[in-house]
Design a protein around this ligand. Structure first.
Ligand SMILES: *Cc1c(COP(=O)(O)O)cnc(C)c1O
Length: 340
């Protein structure tokens, strides 16, 4: 597959490492768990949005934009990475942050990704829950255009066919790494939200006939809605890649059993996964996305959904900066005091 015909700004630290998680695999008694470290893509603590933004920000630059606008939840990793990318290119960045959780905690509202948004020089405004955030963003963009700005808008999560090219790129990269090591990958598992990651991966894998199934663990939508949304974007991405019709409904699989109370609300299984990865593998997950993805993988392993001999690649999509927005979730505040 030929990605070089698309505008791209090479800024990600690629290829990201592909590592075996021996201590986690041992704890769970097989299958063999591997991790694709897209938490190490670089750009303000890394994460999956770096790959998408390589293509999106190249398009923004090509169109002569001086201001990029995007939107996300308060602790959006996408917003933080967009702010960082814009800083690197000398563009202004404006962010709309949606209060999806209703949390009044200071850390949630000001620390973690929010701190980094402002450190990278972005401006931001808040919105209440339940609005059509992409429509809100377009209205704000029109306002800036009226003031003579050349605005490029990026949808939530960077999830359109341009952004998804970044995950087609990840699919090619992962398959090349597996080929070099004679590693047969039976499943790829990852957290899925705005769908660009799964859509790009599936389109990329189908484009090269890799025949590796991808399971998305939903962090928000129900299974049917998520699969429908992923399919729609995967079809568009395949078309953009030059292989229309390569992706069908049978290629899309999402599981929404690990959402818990809702988007951005940590779950007990997710917290267990964060601690397991941190204590056994020295890898930081996040409370909103990767922990729920990992919790899904761990639960499905415990239920025997994978054979002991199989190899799973967990795609780590990043997000650890939001840990600092979720301090109270862990109950560590009294740990030092009570030990003296
Ligand atoms: C955005 C994000 C995801 C979900 O990726 P989508 O492409 O939006 O489905 C997963 N993990 C982290 C840490 C994210 O920031």
């Amino acid at each position: 597959m030929y990605l070089a015909r698309f505008p791209r700004i090479h800024l990600a630290h690629l290829p990201t490492p592909l590592e075996r998680l021996d201590r986690l695999s041992e704890l769970l008694g097989g299958p063999e768990i591997w991790i694709k470290r897209d938490d190490c893509t670089g750009l303000s603590t890394g994460g999956n949005k770096t790959r998408k933004l390589e293509f999106l920000m190249a398009e923004a630059k090509m169109e002569g934009a001086d201001l990029v606008i995007t939107q996300g939840a308060t602790q959006s990793n996408h917003a933080r990475q967009t702010a960082a990318f814009a800083a690197k290119l000398g563009m202004d960045c404006h962010i709309l942050l949606e209060d999806r959780t209703g949390s009044r905690e200071s850390n949630y509202n000001h620390n973690g990704n929010v701190l980094l948004d402002f450190l990278h020089g972005a401006s931001a405004e808040k919105r209440g829950p339940g609005l059509d955030m992409n429509a809100e963003m377009e209205a704000v963009a029109d306002n800036f255009r009226g003031q003579g700005r050349n605005v490029y808008t990026i949808p939530g999560g960077g999830s359109n066919a341009t952004g998804a090219l970044g995950y087609a790129n990840c699919a090619f990269e992962l398959v090349a790494q597996a080929n070099d090591r004679d590693l047969v990958i039976d499943y790829i598992v990852h957290a899925t939200g705005s769908t660009g990651t799964q859509a790009g991966l599936v389109a990329g894998l189908k484009a090269i006939h890799a025949q590796i199934p991808v399971l998305g663990i939903s962090v928000r939508a129900g299974k049917e809605a998520q699969e429908e949304n992923v399919l729609r974007l995967a079809e568009k991405t395949a078309e953009k890649l030059g292989c229309p019709g390569a992706v069908t409904a049978a290629d899309i699989s999402a599981n929404s059993d690990y959402v818990g109370e809702g988007y951005g609300v940590p779950t007990p299984e997710g917290i267990e996964a964060i601690r397991m990865f941190a204590e056994r593998e020295a890898i930081l997950l996040d409370p909103v996305y990767s922990s729920k993805g990992a919790a899904g993988m761990i639960d499905l392993i415990r239920k025997g959904s994978f054979k002991k001999s199989e190899r799973i690649v967990f795609l780590h999509t990043g997000g650890s900066a939001s840990l600092f927005g979720y301090l109270s979730t862990f109950g560590f505040e009294n740990q030092l005091e009570s030990s003296t």
